[in-house]
Design a protein around this ligand. Structure first.
Ligand code: AMP
Ligand code: MG
Length: 487
């Protein structure tokens, strides 16, 4: 089924521990991503659902798999934990996809490992479905993220606050190496392992860094820049990761670990959903600052590799952190000006964007629909299409629209501008209340809404009357106010 080539397993023993999946009484395939399987070059021709469920719940080990749990550490809400690691996941192995890229195949929720601490190694159905929905939505939105190959129910019950059905998620990632993987070795003072990991990361993710004067500094710079761009993309779709601990930041630049993540309905830069984020550390607008903080933790691990001279190493690291800020600012501006339909660069663009966001904030306007409606207004729709979305009417909006119209000019026809704006302003995002609805039905074995939601989210930029109900913000009684890790 898989043509494995397991490079991580060939790294020194301190990097991983062997892992064995737990028994599952009655594995059942919930969903299998055939398009992704084809992209990965998997041979699933003729494989029955029963067979897929057995393999993707870990009941049958595919030929060539070398299941292992990866070691890592991490700062969780600012506090360092030297020993985390895959506590409820195992890496089956790696494949080379159709485009020659190396991809990890990981089972999540497959039972305890050497790193489980007090956890049971299991995943409940809800978080598995959430991760499936959101990762595939990200793919369709064009935002880098790990992917969903499959969701399988195990037939086992997992104990959380109540008993819940268990499930296993098959995650595909460019790799599962995190900032916390570097921290794991750096915290032990194992400079040799840090260097081994850095060399591995360069070969796997940043081969161009190899030719630089200082390959490690080049690698750090590239990691920082990719992360800065990624976080700008999150902000542009109203996404709140929810748990940006250093162990949940992939060095590949993919979004990873969709735990208590959520999307904004009405725009509020201080918005937090996660029940465990009591101080708002990971609030919507804090994400770029936290990303930079996490990169600083990575830079600390790499200091000995950046320069033999400590002062010089620190200076190089600070340069990377500044670069992170610059890249983020530039990317954010490019994304948000595109959302407003602006072309070229104007001196007041940043102000124009900020003022619009402030009006949305004061007006409690839905983030996604507001930008989508502005696209329609650009195409000639009545201004009420936009103003009706402001729960608290904003007198300043009329003025803003005059400035905006002045700035967009007439270098494109209205319908061209609308099309360009609609291509970057999705109509459909995975709304929190819809995810909850899919999970609530699935717990009673009804997966129809889950499938409908995943199917619809494959086309987020196209308005389809069949799926229009999924774009609607929550009614007051449907609002999701808190999200949970669900681990
Ligand atoms: P997370 O906050 O979900 O990224 O997880 C943080 C750490 O807790 C990681 O080391 C996980 O492997 C571990 N963990 C989370 N849930 C479980 C679980 N149910 N059993 C064992 N370990 C877990
Ligand atoms: Mg994690």
């Amino acid at each position: 089924m898989f043509s494995f080539d397991n490079s991580y397993a060939r790294l020194p023993q301190t990097f991983h521990r062997p892992a064995r999946p737990a028994a599952a009484r009655a594995p059942g395939l919930i969903r299998f991503n055939h398009a992704l399987a084809a992209e990965l070059g998997l041979d699933v021709e003729g494989a029955s659902d029963v067979r897929l469920a057995q393999v993707l719940s870990g009941q049958v080990m595919p030929v060539g798999a070398e299941p292992l749990a990866q070691a890592y550490a991490g700062h969780q809400f600012g506090h360092f934990n030297p020993q985390l690691g895959d506590g409820r996941a195992l890496l089956l192995g790696e494949v080379i996809d159709r485009d020659g890229r190396r991809r990890d195949i990981q089972l999540k929720g497959s039972g305890p490992t050497a790193f489980s601490r007090n956890g049971d190694g299991m995943a409940a159905l809800g978080p598995v479905l959430r991760e499936y929905i959101v990762s595939e939505a990200f793919a369709a939105l064009g935002v880098p993220a790990t992917r969903a190959l499959a969701a399988v129910s195990t037939g086992e019950q997992v104990v959380r606050e109540t008993m819940l059905p268990g499930a296993v998620f098959t995650r595909i990632a460019a790799s599962h190496i995190r900032v916390g993987t570097f921290q794991f070795f750096a915290a032990q003072g194992d400079e040799e392992a840090v260097q081994t990991l850095a060399d591995y990361v360069i070969d796997r993710h940043y081969p161009h860094a190899r030719g630089a004067e200082n390959p490690y500094l080049a690698m750090l710079t590239l990691i920082a820049e990719r992360q800065a761009r990624l976080i700008a993309r999150w902000l542009s779709i109203g996404f709140i990761h929810g748990v940006m601990n250093t162990d949940n930041m992939a060095i590949s630049g993919e979004t990873i670990d969709f735990g208590p993540c959520a999307f904004l309905d009405e725009y509020d830069p201080r918005k937090v959903f996660s029940s465990i984020d009591q101080r708002g550390r990971y609030a919507y607008a804090n994400q770029p600052g936290i990303g930079q903080w996490n990169i600083a933790r990575l830079a600390e691990c790499l200091l000995p590799l950046l320069d033999a001279d400590e002062e010089m190493a620190l200076e190089a690291a600070n340069g990377v952190l500044k670069d992170f800020g610059d890249v983020f600012q530039a990317e954010w501006l490019a994304l948000f000006t595109a959302k407003l339909g602006l072309t070229g660069e104007g001196p007041d663009d940043r102000q124009l964007v900020s003022d619009f966001l402030e009006l949305m904030h004061q007006g409690e306007a839905d983030f996604t629909l507001t930008f989508r409606s502005l696209s329609k207004v650009a195409g000639g729709a009545a201004v009420e299409t936009l103003t009706d979305l402001f729960a608290v009417p904003q007198p300043g909006l009329a003025d803003w629209l005059i400035r905006w119209r002045g700035r967009i000019g007439n270098d494109r026809t209205p319908s061209e501008r609308q099309a360009a704006m609609e291509a970057v302003n999705p109509a459909l995002i995975p709304r929190n209340h819809r995810i909850e609805e899919a999970i609530a039905a699935a717990v009673y074995n009804d997966f129809s809404f889950f499938h409908r939601l995943v199917d619809a989210l494959a086309n987020p930029y196209v308005e389809d009357p069949e799926t229009a109900d999924l774009s609607v913000p929550p009614k007051p009684d449907e609002r999701v106010t808190r999200t949970f890790c669900g681990t």
